[in-house]
Ligand binder design. Sequence first.
Ligand SMILES: [Zn+2]
Length: 287
Amino acid sequence: MKDYLVKATAEGVRIYALCTAGLVQEAKERHHCAHLAAAALGRAMTGALLFAATMKDGERVSLRFAGDGPLGAIVADAEGTSVRGYVENPGVFLPLKNGKLNVGGGVGSGMLSVTRFLANAEPFNGVCELVDGEIASDLTNYLYTSEQTPASVALGVMLDRDGEVMAAGGWFVQAMPGCSEEVLATLENNVLTMPYVTELLQAGMTPEDIVRRIARGLASDIKESLPVAFSCRCSREKVLGMLAALPAEDIAELRQDEITEVHCQFCNEAYRVGQAEIREIVGKKLI
Ligand SMILES: [Zn+2]
């Protein structure tokens, strides 16, 4: 199944569901993540895509989970249907907890900060404490406490023994103002009885099926289906621009090396900059 996001409504309720196994696998390979980091980063990136889905074209959201656990900070950044991200310590191992990857233990306690880069306004920044470091509950709590948005977020990543991503995805439900009590009661019951998202995906359910499962008993209407992907905004031009912004003495130091290698933190792409290009930067700096 290709990675994609489905946007739907059901009697005054906004429902989004997506499958992300391909992009989680790509992030895992790019950052050489062990199982635990792949699950944590995969959940964070899937959550960032759900947050971005509620925003307008050209807007961007950045999630930063800063916990005291061994994984260190986890950052996920989404714009429209593109997402990128990284985890500070991708190689961490922790024993399983109740037969599952201990993402909460890996993240630890600390803060979640969310920055929404808006099209026609100053960026909006909200911060709240992590609930349990399991990512989905942290995002649900953030929406409620910092943005006064009662919503429910579920996320999941399942890997096999070798660390290949078997299933990944999530869903987001938000009752819009004016939603009837009856609809809310049906929705609450459906949400409370939802199996894990990875179980549904493993059973062959599509995001459309997940939407219908969440909206059981309600008239749902699928509005859009959009492909989602791992994609980074870095480029050779941006790397050269960043080098050019360094202090003159740092650039002079770079001139000692035959090749300067610059890694993008978000996608781990390596940019190799040669002496000639460094000289060009120096030339421009002198003017
Ligand atoms: Zn990059």
